[in-house]
Design a protein around this ligand. Structure first.
Ligand code: ACO
Length: 332
């Protein structure tokens, strides 16, 4: 019996127009272009400034482009998963808002929360559902409006994040392409080092939580950095080894874009060249669940059918994952 795999068959993306560069940020907090470039590798990030717009707006625009590029009607979509930690509201879900706006009224839809591993967890979830045969045209979106939970008075976190969304279509295939292997995990070591304290059921909003800045993201950068380097390197090397992919045979590493130094360390451990790594952190910063599909969006014209691709992520939790896939189509 021929097995069904799930393959990415299209990509769409969206970033807001407003560019917050390091020069402007240096006027807001005590930092410099030199520090941010050397320590993190970011030059600018996009910020959604339009009144009344939030994460669903980013996701809707990314999906609109995806539907157009793939000649798909909204009614054909039977599954929509939105990976995000910055939903417009506690409920309804971003996926509900997207489906309402785009008329995807028959799609099973839900949000998935796994922070920076949101897209990888989403690929695991959606690909399994497509492989089951129950879903024929699925969309996975990574969408985050990180500016809504970033403290622009804090120099240790404000340079890092940006707003974006990117969407992929996943469809069943019997060809030798698509999602082949996955390592998905959670180690429980990170819950004290990367979190947003208030606004949930433990600390509902009060004047005190607002005064304390508890509605902004907190991270102990050094601890997160060390775990990100070792875990992302380990799982990326592991997935290469167990699929017998040499460094020459790997066409692309698509790493979560949190820090250029993390990306370089992972690539070094894998024994691959700079040209084999998708990088756009300099232009968008860390857009959480959106970084990996944003790379696909940026590099789509360079991707060819059959390319060996490994994606790797690490984020709050700590959650992590690497996925080995063969790209399913040539550039248009
Ligand atoms: N400008 C200038 N100086 C700064 C800045 C800044 N923007 N930020 C911090 N510094 C200073 C600090 O005050 C400190 O000064 P001191 O030595 O006088 O005390 C010095 O620079 C070093 O600070 P560190 O925090 O040790 O800097 P580090 O080299 O670790 O870089 C960073 C910080 C960029 C945050 C890094 O630790 C990192 O990238 N961590 C991982 C981030 C990540 O992967 N997050 C996961 C995803 S997020 C998610 O899941 C939502």
């Amino acid at each position: 019996m021929t097995s069904i795999k799930a393959a990415i068959t299209g990509v769409g993306g969206y970033v807001p127009d407003y560019i917050l560069n390091n020069a402007e940020l240096s006027r807001m907090v005590d930092t410099s272009d030199e520090w941010i470039t050397q320590r993190v590798g970011i030059k600018e990030r996009r910020i959604l400034k339009e009144e009344g717009k939030a994460t669903s707006f980013l996701a809707i625009n990314a999906i609109k482009e995806l539907l157009k590029k793939t000649n798909t009607e909204p009614g054909e979509i039977d599954l929509l998963v939105v990976s995000t930690i910055t939903g417009d509201m506690r409920f309804p879900t971003v996926s509900n808002l997207v489906c309402k706006e785009l008329g995807m009224t028959t799609a099973l839809n839900f949000d998935l929360s796994a922070a920076c591993s949101g897209f990888v967890y989403g690929i695991e979830t959606v690909s399994r559902m497509v492989e089951s045969g129950a879903y024929k045209k699925a969309i996975l979106v990574g969408a985050d409006m990180m500016s809504s939970i970033t403290n622009y008075n804090d120099r240790s976190t404000s340079p890092l994040f940006g707003d974006a969304a990117a969407a992929v279509m996943l469809e069943p295939t019997t060809e030798d392409v698509g999602i082949i292997d996955r390592i998905i995990g959670f180690d429980g070591k990170g819950t004290d080092f990367l979190y947003l304290k208030a606004g949930g059921s433990l600390y509902p909003p009060t004047y005190e939580t607002i005064d304390n800045g508890d509605h902004f993201l907190f991270q102990e950068g050094k601890t997160v950095f060390k775990s990100a380097v070792s875990t992302m390197s380990d799982i990326s090397v592991d997935i290469m080894k167990r699929n017998n992919i040499s460094s020459d045979e790997l066409k692309w590493l698509v790493p979560h874009q949190a820090n250029m130094r993390i990306i370089e360390a992972v690539a070094r451990r894998m024994g691959i060249e700079r040209e084999q790594v998708m990088i756009n952190i300099d232009r968008y910063g860390n857009t959480t669940a959106a970084t990996i599909p944003m790379c696909f969006w940026d590099y789509e014209k360079q991707l060819k059918k059959g390319d060996n691709v490994i994606i790797a992520s690490f984020g709050a939790g700590f959650t992590f994952g690497s996925i080995y896939l063969k790209w399913a189509y040539d550039p248009a």
